[in-house]
Design a protein around this ligand. Structure first.
Ligand code: PHE
Length: 463
């Protein structure tokens, strides 16, 4: 029933009597949670929004958000999940019965559906690029032509086909309950993705003109920063760490009581940040070397990297491996998203895992196809708040629903949960760790105030 378990660690759920299983090993938890965190957010979304928001200064704000907000929200989610031994909605009902806190879980479910809708679409693009790489389609093509091919591809109908394949793979893994699957897969394939990114960054950095890309990424131009870009950096820190919508809360409920939550949170966040930085180092030097625009939007990675592969011996094979690994990294994220919905339907609505999986995947196939179609002439004119459906699903979740969910989560832990229950979850070998008090201050005051200030600033109410 859990996403991953090496040896099953069962804990009796007092209310329902359902036996929940959990992660068997420390590495298993880190692998599965990093599997959720690391994905298209790091390799596709991070470079394109960094490019749109002026580079280095944005990167610094994003890193600050990871430390001051991301770490705290993740630990808060783990504390809620492990303490309650329940899903995103059930946890709130258990800790604070007969209060509206459980609505936070509902917001998380809506986010999961919306994220899956556009995320599976982009994961599908990777499958298509995998095939283009194998068939050596980009060989000898100019950077312009490569960019053009991307535009043409996403404005057609074939992306839906790939998207459905991604959803079917995700649903099959979630349905099977995965046993060893994800844990093993993540442990081997995530490091491999890292190696390939290092090679890519190495090649990208040695291209003529690459240094311009390095300064773009590391030499801050503070004039490019405004309320809007801070708001987007905060949103992305939630998106990239899978926060504010129940994934880490649900995974937290599967973590063995003996694990050290603090060091787990730090390990996941470091792994996630390293992958994003490597992706930036692979993309931006190439963007400048090939004369592309860093602000070109969601197509950035797909327009930039094929050029790099064209400059590597056996580049098409490297490229194929890269897009295969990226698709797999995306699937370890889509699994965590679907798991939030399925765990809820199974435990709260009490329908079978099979039904829950089929039902939710069916709904997402429809909303997902709408996102795909919003890149085609058929639905490109249908706008919600001025965004296409694809952009709406991306922006409303990352920039609004997830940070608001995170704000509620830290307020819940800081102000509603019993201090002794929180401290109990943080205990290390029965002793209170040094960061326990620091966490209390951050979760009560610093993190909620920071999130609120960024929102009020964005809305023009302060600043
Ligand atoms: N964190 C994932 C990524 O960076 C995306 C994600 C968001 C996954 C929310 C689960 C929940 O790709």
């Amino acid at each position: 029933m859990s996403v991953s378990h090496k040896k099953i660690v069962a804990t009796k759920n007092e209310n329902s009597g359902i036996v929940r299983d959990g992660f068997g090993s420390k590495l298993g938890v880190i692998a599965a949670a990093s599997g959720s965190a690391i994905g298209l957010g790091n390799v596709w979304r991070f470079p394109y929004i960094t490019g749109e928001n002026g580079g280095a200064a944005f990167l610094i704000i994003y890193l600050a958000c990871i430390v001051l907000v991301g770490l705290v929200v993740m630990l808060a989610e783990f504390v809620i999940g492990r303490h309650s031994q329940s899903n995103a909605i059930g946890s709130f009902k258990k800790i604070a019965p007969k209060t509206p806190w459980f609505l936070t879980g509902w917001m998380g479910l809506i986010s999961a559906v919306l994220i899956l809708s556009f995320y599976s679409c982009v994961a599908g693009w990777c499958l298509h690029y995998l095939i283009l790489m194998i068939s050596n389609t980009f060989a000898g093509a100019s950077p312009d032509a490569i960019g053009g091919m991307f535009g043409e591809f996403i404005s057609g109908y074939s992306p839906i086909f790939y998207q459905v394949i991604i959803l079917i793979i995700t649903a099959s893994i979630v349905y099977l309950g995965v046993k060893n699957g994800i844990e093993k897969m993540s442990k081997i394939l995530m490091p491999l993705l890292l190696v390939i990114l290092v090679v890519l960054a190495g090649r990208s950095l040695t291209l003529p003109g690459a240094m311009e890309g390095v300064s773009f990424l590391f030499k801050p131009d503070w004039s490019a920063i405004n309320a809007q870009s801070i708001f987007i950096a905060l949103g992305h820190s939630f998106f990239t760490l899978s926060l504010g919508m129940g994934v880490m809360l649900t995974y937290g409920s599967y973590i063995n009581k003996k694990e050290n939550l603090g060091s787990t949170v730090v390990a996941i966040s470091i792994a996630d940040t390293v992958v994003a930085l490597l992706a930036g180092l692979a993309v931006f030097p190439a963007v400048f070397a090939f004369g592309l625009a860093p602000s070109e939007g969601p197509g950035l990675v797909f327009a930039a990297l094929p050029n790099v592969f064209n400059h590597i011996p056996f580049g098409n094979m490297f490229g194929a491996l890269f897009f295969a690994l990226l698709a797999i990294a995306a699937i370890t994220s889509t699994i965590s998203l679907l798991e939030v919905i399925v765990a809820y339907l199974e435990e709260e609505v009490k329908i079978s895992r099979k039904r829950a999986t089929i039902l939710s995947t069916g709904v997402i196939a429809i909303t997902g196809a709408l996102c795909s179609l919003s890149n085609t002439p058929l639905l490109s004119d249908v706008k919600i708040f001025g965004w296409t459906m694809f952009d709406f699903a991306d922006k409303i979740t990352a920039n609004y629903l997830m940070p608001i969910g995170g704000l509620i989560i830290v307020i819940f832990v800081g102000w509603c949960m019993k201090k002794s229950d929180i401290e109990n979850e943080l205990l290390l070998d029965g002793k209170k760790p040094w960061y326990s008090d620091v966490f209390m201050v951050l979760v009560k005051f610093v993190t909620p105030v920071l999130i609120a200030v960024v929102f009020l600033n964005q809305l023009g109410i302060i600043g």
